[in-house]
Write a protein that binds this ligand. Structure first.
Ligand code: ATP
Ligand code: MG
Length: 163
């Protein structure tokens, strides 16, 4: 599914939940440690579904569920750690207290993939990240818009072309 990506931003239709999961799976195959994925989209747009696919692509066998009631779920049984966060229920002050840069700097934690649901709520973004915006409309159906910020502008086309 990622093969045709040569320019970003890139929009992909997601016909069903399996397609959303599949995209996550493919990302899990190619993304290097240290990748930050910011997931934006309304309630029920498929953010957790995508992270479940991502976890499968990383070889994680533990069940991935929504971290809505915990601040961060860490999955350590795959090729690299997956740090899954959901900012939905947090206030701006609570988000700031999370010291999220710890995850993307990879200094105090083993570098892995950081996937953040409701990334719209971040007070500041990491220097480099992939942005996945999940949308739904009655005509186009469910879609994802994939974009790259910072180093990812040059990295993403190379990586995705080899997927
Ligand atoms: N492309 C798709 N087409 C149809 N249904 C989908 C698609 N992707 C996910 N779903 C379904 O939509 C429902 C909500 O998905 P999910 O929990 O992943 O959304 P979410 O964005 O994480 O929601 P929240 O904002 O509550 O965290 C699930 O039942 C999932 O199977
Ligand atoms: Mg969710």
């Amino acid at each position: 599914m990622l093969n045709p990506i040569s320019t970003l931003p890139y929009t992909l239709s997601l016909a069903d939940a399996a397609a959303t999961r599949d995209l996550g799976w493919q990302l899990g195959q190619v993304l290097p440690p240290g990748t930050v994925l910011l997931l934006e989209g309304e309630l029920g747009s498929g953010k957790t579904t995508l992270v479940q696919g991502l976890g499968a692509g990383l070889g994680i066998t533990d069940a991935i569920d929504s971290p809505t009631f915990t601040l961060v779920n860490e999955y350590l049984d795959g090729r690299m750690p997956l740090y899954h966060l959901d900012l939905y229920r947090l206030s701006a002050a609570e988000v700031a207290d999370l010291a999220l840069a710890t995850y993307w700097d990879g200094i105090e934690v083993e570098p892995g993939i950081v996937a953040i649901e409701w990334a719209e709520r971040l007070p500041s973004q990491p220097p480099s990240y992939l942005l996945l915006q999940l949308t739904y409309d009655a005509i186009a159906g469910r879609q994802v818009r994939l974009d790259a910020i910072g180093d990812w502008v040059t990295l993403a086309p190379i990586l995705f072309a080899s997927a």
